[in-house]
Write a protein that binds this ligand. Structure first.
Ligand SMILES: [Fe+2]
Length: 434
């Protein structure tokens, strides 16, 4: 079944490329930061974090380790919860004037994504911020062959940014997020210490958990890499290259982990096993989707964060309007997988099984509904808002949501089912409430 998914297609790709950093995982591994940074040749380090984390024990532990190793460290903490072009420009100025030979990031996706982009824009400035983004949004300007060595230390169990070549940035004048993707943006090493998740509020674990779930589910159900066009220049093989045997491997395990541990990890902060497993699952999902791309779940989330109004979320000290990334992905997910299952029913059936959906008496043609029901069950158990109405939208918003998300061209094309604007409108309409 798995092999058939990758059967050759006329003019389709016959190769795929995998990239992941050197990863260290385990409780207390932040204490290795100094030795790891020295091993990467660092002597003067730019440490990226946010203002809240800077006051806490994880940054203190990393700083102590870096200083014990004899490294000179300067801290940049002006990072907002949604990395945007303004905050990246400030971070880029910090890098440009600092005389650094390495970067350490300690934080969630925004911190790591800012660190990646700050090196790019600080060391290789461009006239227009969008120049490095792919057309039609930007000019698709070539990125340099190397940035500074980067040691990434995640403090949440969701984005997987420590394992990807992706930086997701909000472009303020366009009021939405777009993806910068290039192998040069990948950290050389990651220190993944699950002890960082001990103090996360339940809604943060739920949001980041659904982010990891959807990373894994979207890359497991993405269009096969053999159905993307072959590239003549290997350097131009895109990171969004479709599902492949590697992304299957990591996504499958990440789905099993989130199916087993999401409910426990959200609802019991003392459940160390569950929170450790979710941290590992997030990194696995990052290693998976970072080498395949996501599809409609993430593409349709950008319309939500573009057009959200007058909405706040428990557990986040952020002014309205704010819907955390994982929630913006989750609210449309049941409707999306009901829709995509028709194009790849066996894949959706397998994914539903990994997530512990109730498949008794079900056949492959029931897989969309089984998967949707399991997602809805997990959303209810973890307090995730019930569809788009749960984050402040109404049916009248559908055309604007669809027009906004339609700009995520490559992610939409990574869907296993060919999807047009009317399809997107229909999915949003079906995602209002479950
Ligand atoms: Fe995500």
């Amino acid at each position: 079944m798995g092999c058939q998914y990758f059967d050759p297609c006329d003019n389709g790709a016959d190769n795929f490329t995998i990239a992941i950093p050197r990863v260290t995982f385990g409780r207390g591994c932040l204490a290795e930061a100094g030795a790891r940074a020295r091993g990467l040749g660092m002597s003067r380090v730019a440490l990226f974090t946010d203002r809240i984390l800077r006051q806490g024990p994880y940054v203190a532990s990393v700083l102590e380790s870096l200083r014990k190793a004899g490294l000179d460290v300067a801290v940049f903490d002006e990072i907002t919860i949604e990395a945007d072009d303004d905050s990246v420009q400030r971070a880029a100025a910090f890098i440009a004037g600092g005389g650094f030979d390495g970067v350490v990031s300690v934080g969630g996706g925004s911190v790591m994504d800012t660190a990646k982009a700050a090196m790019l824009y600080g060391l290789h400035p461009v006239d227009d911020f969008l120049d490095y983004f792919a057309p039609p949004l930007g000019a698709g300007k070539a990125m340099p062959a190397a940035l500074l060595p980067h040691l990434a230390c995640p403090t949440t169990s969701g984005t997987g940014s420590e394992c990807t070549s992706i930086s997701v940035l909000r472009i303020n004048h366009l009021q939405t997020k777009f993806v910068l993707a290039n192998p040069v943006l990948m950290a050389q090493q990651a220190l993944i210490d699950p002890a960082c998740c001990a103090s996360l509020p339940p809604m943060v674990v739920a949001s980041t958990g659904f982010d990891l779930l959807c990373h894994a589910l979207e890359c497991y159900t993405a269009k096969a890499y053999t159905r993307w066009a072959r590239v003549d220049d290997p350097a131009k093989r895109p990171l969004i290259q479709g599902a492949n045997p590697w992304s299957d491997l990591a996504a499958r395990k990440a789905l099993e982990i989130v199916g087993e541990y999401l409910d426990r990890g959200v609802n019991d902060a003392t459940d160390i096993e569950a929170r450790d497993q979710l941290m590992w699952g997030a990194s696995l999902a990052g290693m998976a989707f970072g080498n395949s791309g996501t599809h409609l779940g993430h593409a349709l989330s950008y319309g939500v964060t573009h057009l959200m109004q007058d909405i706040t979320t428990d557990g986040y000290a952020v002014a309205s309007p704010f819907v955390p990334h994982g929630i913006s992905v989750a609210v449309s997910a049941p409707a999306i997988f009901r829709y995509t299952a028709a194009a790849a029913p066996e894949r959706h059936f397998e994914a539903a099984g990994y997530l512990q959906a109730d498949l008794r008496g079900a056949a492959a043609e029931d897989s969309g509904e089984a998967l949707a029901q399991r997602l809805i069950e997990l959303m209810r158990k973890t307090g995730v808002p019930n569809g788009l109405t749960g984050v402040g939208f109404a049916p009248a918003d559908v055309p604007a949501l669809a027009a906004s998300s339609a700009r995520q061209v490559r992610a939409i094309a990574n869907s296993p089912r060919e999807t047009n604007l009317v399809d997107i409108e229909n999915i949003y309409s079906a995602a209002m409430q479950y």
